[in-house]
Design a protein around this ligand. Sequence first.
Ligand code: SAH
Ligand code: SF4
Length: 400
Amino acid sequence: MSTPTVRPAHPLSTTPAPLNLLGLDAQALAAQVSEWGGKPFRARQLLRWMHQRYADDFNDMTDLARDFRTMLSQECEISVPPVSSEHSSRDGTRKWLFAVDRSNAIETVFIPEDDRGTLCISSQAGCTVGCPFCSTGYQGFSRNLSTAEIIGQLWYANKALRSQPQHSRIGSDQADLTTPRQMPERIISNVVMMGMGEPLLNYDQLLGALRLMLDDNAYGLSRRRVTVSTSGVVPMIDRLGRDCPVALAVSLHAPNDALRDKLVPLNKKYPLAQLLDACNRYLEHAPRDFITFEYIMLDGINDTDEHARELIALARQIKCKFNLIPFNPFPQSGLKRSSPERVKVFARRLMDADIVTTVRKTRGDDIAAACGQLAGDVTDRTRIAERMPERAAIAIKERG
Ligand code: SAH
Ligand code: SF4
């Protein structure tokens, strides 16, 4: 057997770093195994050990030949970033902070509901888009996560949730943390790429992770149970449609370019007309699907009846649903959540125009795990954070 392709551990080190097998999708793992002189079924065995039995020690993989296991132990690893803290919300939501390197930490959130368990995963340490209503945007950007760091969040959460007693009243306001109950086959039934970062600005690493999520020898999730949320990276929406058309959520947040330029600065590069065209092209790859438009509800900024009218005209151009997200405040944003009455009226306007509309329930806000509150710890390399207060001020001026 030949030795695996290895990378140096550090520019100054002569010892090669072990190859982290967790980040290889089926195709990459098969290629690697074949390079070692192994048969394709060995790659499938490895995938199942890692992603279905959550093994992290090659010696536990008893159906692999002993010399193969020895070589794997010497040259490879199965490694997820260390968890530096963990929080549980009163509503059963769980949040983990992963230290992805010395200066960056990212967050992952598990949201249990009666009929599903959703894991919200991060794709980058920070984000370059810099939306003024988002706590991650305020942090600036440090780096893209690797496939292993992205899928590692799902691996770890699955392992952690399986090893603990199931909460007896998951999804209720007061989860009972003591009474074990029958574990469902799949605790995590859905994955949403809605944690820190813009997934489509880390495309290649994201794609590897998505492929593992859908692989029957790994997590075996159906295409519709995996959602990529994007602020609208048009060329990458096209690539995702061709490569792996999972469910697509688009962070719309404004019904016209003037306002969207301010709320989602990427709009200046890919304005609404281009974004909507890309959404329609995406649906050609998934004809029975629809686009979910996420729309954050900001008091006096994007929540008037006139905004609703503009949105309705826009929604007519595409097969879509709306998910209204009450803004989750965080220090420095200077923005306010629309009142529950306003959210209700806004939703009613859309529904009266036959647009399927839901309002997202806020979960885990007592542990800062709600949408837009994820901030981990990011070493900003872009200085975007310095410009953010200015941006928020511009957005606020739109009020009234
Ligand atoms: N970058 C991607 C995915 C991560 S953000 C995107 O923007 O789509 C996931 C969702 O959380 C997006 O819809 C985003 O607009 C929303 N969000 C960000 N900040 C928020 C906040 N403070 N309150 C509520 N939702 C927020
Ligand atoms: Fe980035 Fe999404 Fe936050 Fe905007 S909302 S700053 S795109 S993570």
